[in-house]
Design a protein around this ligand. Structure first.
Ligand code: HEC
Ligand code: HEC
Ligand code: HEC
Ligand code: HEC
Length: 133
């Protein structure tokens, strides 16, 4: 009985340590590549604060979906959202981030709101797609 209690305490201890440690592996900056117009410098650290910190990782890292389940909570977008998609996937690389004219979508919707509130956000294609090579 005592042994079982210790085992439970050890497992709980590991779970408590694993939580924050997993969040710490979040990158500070990411360069997202694929578009011939240029890569996108994405300030991940800044955006996690905007999105409300640890509780809101799922603003971008959505929950697993049946068409193609996640291998990890923060699996890279482009491992599933490829340039050309085959059924049952519908959302290609571009669609995962924004629509054809970058007016709507995950990245664009929040920027539109921020711009309306007077915050300077990327507006033109080249404001984001500006990393050459
Ligand atoms: C505004 C959108 C957004 C938010 C909010 C966000 N992330 Fe990310 N995260 C991304 C994008 C985009 C990438 C790059 C994915 C890629 O390379 O395809 C990424 C990458 C990562 C990676 C690296 C994955 C890898 O295998 O290289 C980790 C870890 C991660 N995020 C954790 C987190 C955690 C933890 C939170 C919450 C504290 C969070 N993210 C919040 C958009 C976001
Ligand atoms: C394990 C595969 C996988 C990963 C990794 C993944 N997604 Fe998805 N995503 C899906 C599936 C499956 C759907 C639903 C089918 C579809 O729209 O193609 C989806 C749908 C979407 C949609 C459409 C709207 C919605 O929620 O249904 C957006 C936007 C999106 N993902 C963005 C992202 C972003 C941004 C990342 C990285 C931060 C990401 N996805 C990582 C599999 C994935
Ligand atoms: C929750 C709202 C929100 C989401 C979602 C969001 N952004 Fe932002 N983004 C902002 C705000 C607000 C700023 C201005 C921040 C500042 O300059 O202090 C910004 C600024 C930027 C900038 C300007 C340079 C920088 O990093 O400060 C880039 C590039 C950018 N975002 C890319 C993206 C991409 C790519 C995505 C989708 C993966 C995304 N954003 C999703 C709110 C958001
Ligand atoms: C808020 C930042 C942002 C803005 C503004 C933006 N994009 Fe993007 N776009 C991204 C990110 C991030 C990706 C994913 C990385 C990549 O594919 O380069 C992407 C992907 C794409 C892709 C898919 C490339 C592929 O691999 O298939 C195309 C095409 C694209 N964008 C075109 C545009 C056009 C055209 C505009 C202007 C009308 C624009 N983007 C504006 C962030 C942005």
């Amino acid at each position: 009985m005592k042994k079982a209690m210790i085992a439970v305490a050890v497992i709980l201890g590991i779970a408590l340590v694993a939580g924050p440690a997993a969040a710490q592996t979040a990158p500070s900056k990411v360069v997202l590549k694929g578009s011939p117009m240029g890569g996108v410098n994405f300030d991940h650290a800044k955006h996690t604060k905007l999105a409300g910190g640890d509780a809101k990782c799922d603003t971008c890292h959505h929950a697993s979906k049946p068409e193609k389940p996640l291998k990890s909570k923060t699996q890279k977008c482009q491992e599933c959202h490829t340039k050309a998609v085959a059924a049952p996937m519908k959302t290609n690389t571009r669609g995962a981030f924004h629509d054809a004219m970058a007016k709507k979508g995950l990245c664009a919707d929040c920027h539109t709101k921020a711009a309306a509130a007077g915050t300077k956000v990327p507006a033109k294609c080249a404001d984001c797609h500006n990393v050459k090579g």
